[in-house]
Design a protein around this ligand. Structure first.
Ligand code: NAP
Length: 245
């Protein structure tokens, strides 16, 4: 897991006493979020799928619980939320970072399994984790949910129909759930990042101008705001996170 940039440490949100669940915490964005919330006082729980990609021993020593969960499986998500409920009794903040990209394929060449995989990762996962976390948040009359959609969800590039439609679906999902939960002291929002400066993207697009990409920390800063009480008047929003000019 990478360390948090110095300027991110200056962010004043205080998450002391908050129980924070980050799905996909073995990923580029999820791992940084785990560091961020932990260093800002929260009790953090992260999920992963592939145990080769995480350091359970290190996380334990930092007081972070890591739980394996396939967020496309209802039973896994039920068991994840059950385990957290038993230990902590509540979840205050959920940041769902699980997702995946598939581009460069025309609609003619796209396989049905690839379509289903995109919708499973980007939409079914979001539905299942929200479905199981919301009852817990309603019990404590408090909750902040942030999903990661994509700028592609409002502006497709072409050759990305499955990814773009699944991320667009996530935006409407967030809007619908936020309306359902109006006046319940729960906010549900999503962020729409453009290309993020991750190791995987640098490897995949080695000739690109990385300076045009948003940094992970710039994205974390927006998610931190949406997870904080400063954003109590914002729900159902889909916030673009683009490189400032
Ligand atoms: N990277 C970008 O340029 C970019 C741009 C726009 C939007 N986004 C969105 O931002 C989010 C985070 O991106 P990222 O770059 O951090 O992605 P990433 O590094 O690929 O991480 C994805 C995470 O999702 C987990 N995951 C994958 N399949 C899963 C499943 N079936 N059940 C549970 N967990 C699963 C992975 O677990 P394992 O590592 O254990 O397999 C990993 O923790 C995603 O939703 C992505 O679509 C990314």
């Amino acid at each position: 897991m990478g360390s948090v940039n110095w300027w991110l440490k200056l962010i004043k949100h205080d998450f002391s006493g908050k129980i924070v669940l980050i799905t996909g915490s073995s990923g580029a964005v999820g791992s940084r979020l785990l560091d961020f919330f932990t260093s800002h006082g929260a009790t953090t729980i992260g999920t992963y799928l592939d145990e080769m990609k995480i350091n359970i021993a290190r996380s334990k020593s930092e007081g972070i619980d890591l739980i394996r969960c396939n967020t496309m499986e209802n039973d896994d998500v039920t068991s994840l939320v059950g385990t957290i409920t038993k230990k902590h009794g509540r979840i205050d903040i959920l940041v769902n970072t699980v997702g995946g990209y598939l581009g460069g394929k025309s609609v003619v060449d796209l396989e049905e399994e690839e379509w289903n995989k995109m919708f499973g990762l980007n939409l079914l996962s979001a539905f299942l984790i929200t479905k199981h976390v919301v009852p817990l948040m309603l019990q404590s009359d408090y909750g902040k949910i942030v999903h990661i959609s994509s700028y592609t969800g409002i502006s497709a590039q072409g050759l990305d129909s499955a990814y773009a439609s699944s991320k667009a679906g996530l935006i409407r999902f967030v809007e619908s759930v936020s309306k359902e939960l109006k006046n319940r002291n729960l906010t549900v929002n999503c962020v729409l990042p453009s290309i993020i400066d991750t190791k995987a993207n640098r490897k995949m697009m080695a000739d690109a101008d990385f300076k045009q990409w948003i940094s992970i920390d710039e994205l974390v800063a927006v998610i931190a705001f949406l997870s904080s009480d400063d954003s109590r008047a914002i729900t159902g929003s889909a916030i673009p996170v683009l490189k400032p000019n």
